[in-house]
Design a protein around this ligand. Structure first.
Ligand code: APR
Length: 233
C-alpha cells in the first residue's frame, strides 16, 4: 500500500521558534480578547485594531526562524510521501523547506479582499504591514488571509480526504481545542499508525491508538521520524 504520512501541526510546532501559542500560560488569548481581534464582527467594528494585531504577529513571524522540528519534517518530506496540514498561519514549515503545506486557518503572509468575493484571490504582503489604504482591485480593504472564529474553513474537506487516506498520522503541538480542525483526529483509519507529540500529551483528549510522545516538538519529532522510518523499511 502506498505510504501517506500526514503531519498535523498546531501552535506548539512553532513554540520553539519563539512564537506564542494560544492557550498555554501567557498565551495569545490571555493577552487579547478573541472578540476584539479574531472575528468578522471585530473587523467590521474596528478594522485598524484587527490589522494592527496581525501586523504585530506578522512582524514576529518574519523575525522568527524555523526550528529543528520544522527542518526535520522538511527532511522527512524528501524521503517519503508527506503532506503537512497546519493550523498555524506562520510560514515556518515552508521556510524550513517543506512543500505540500495545507494551511487550514490561512497564512498571515497573504491578504484577501474584505468584500464578498474573499476566497477568490490571495495577495502576498510585502513586509509586515497591511495598511488601511491597501485596497483590493474590487475596491474593498485588504484583510489578513486567515480564518477567523465563526468563519468557514474552506480547506476542511480537502484535509479530511487527505487524512482518510493516511497510513501514518502525526499530531504535533495542538491542544485539539478548536473545531472543525480538531475533528481530523477522528478521520484517520483504524490501521493508520498514529502519534501525538506534545509536552502535555497526557492531558489532551485523544482517541485510543495514538502513541503519546510527551516531549516538545524539537525532541519529539526526531523520535517519531525514527519510528516512521523503521515502519517504512
Ligand atoms: N512543542 C510541542 N507542543 C507544544 C510546545 C512545544 N515546544 N509548547 C506547547 N505545546 C503544546 C501545548 O501543550 C498545547 O497542547 O502546543 C499546544 C498549543 O495549543 P493551542 O495554544 O491551543 O494552539 P492550537 O491547538 O494550535 O490552537 C488551534 O486555535 O486560536 C485558534 O486559530 C487558532 O490555529 C489556532 C487554533
Amino acid at each position: 500500500m502506498k505510504q501517506s504520512i500526514i503531519v498535523f501541526s498546531g501552535a506548539g510546532m512553532s513554540a520553539e521558534s519563539g512564537i506564542q501559542t494560544f492557550r498555554d500560560s501567557n498565551g495569545l488569548w490571555e493577552n487579547h480578547n478573541i472578540h476584539d481581534v479574531a472575528t468578522p464582527q471585530a473587523w467590521k467594528k474596528n478594522p485598524d485594531l484587527v490589522s494592527e494585531f496581525y501586523n504585530h504577529r506578522r512582524k514576529q513571524i518574519i523575525q522568527a526562524e524555523p526550528n529543528a522540528a520544522h527542518f526535520a519534517i522538511a527532511y522527512l518530506q524528501k524521503k517519503a510521501n508527506v503532506q503537512v496540514i497546519t493550523q498555524n498561519i506562520d510560514d515556518l514549515h515552508e521556510r524550513a523547506g517543506s512543500s505540500r503545506v495545507l494551511h487550514l486557518h490561512g497564512n498571515i503572509r497573504y491578504a484577501k479582499s474584505s468584500g464578498p468575493n474573499q476566497e477568490k484571490t490571495h495577495y502576498r504582503i510585502n513586509g509586515h504591514e497591511l495598511k488601511a489604504i491597501d485596497l483590493c482591485p474590487d475596491g474593498y480593504r485588504l484583510r489578513p488571509h486567515v480564518v477567523w472564529f465563526g468563519e468557514d474553513v474552506p480547506l476542511m474537506e480537502k484535509a479530511i480526504s487527505l487524512v482518510n487516506k493516511a497510513t501514518h498520522f502525526v499530531v504535533i503541538g495542538s491542544s485539539l481545542n478548536v473545531y472543525p480542525a480538531a475533528n481530523l483526529i477522528m478521520c484517520c483509519s483504524q490501521n493508520a499508525k498514529k502519534w501525538i507529540v506534545d509536552p502535555k500529551a497526557l492531558e489532551i483528549n485523544i482517541p485510543s491508538g495514538f502513541t503519546l510522545i510527551n516531549e516538545k516538538a524539537v525532541d519529539g519529532v526526531t523520535t517519531v521520524i525514527k519510528q516512521i522510518m523503521n515502519s517504512l523499511s
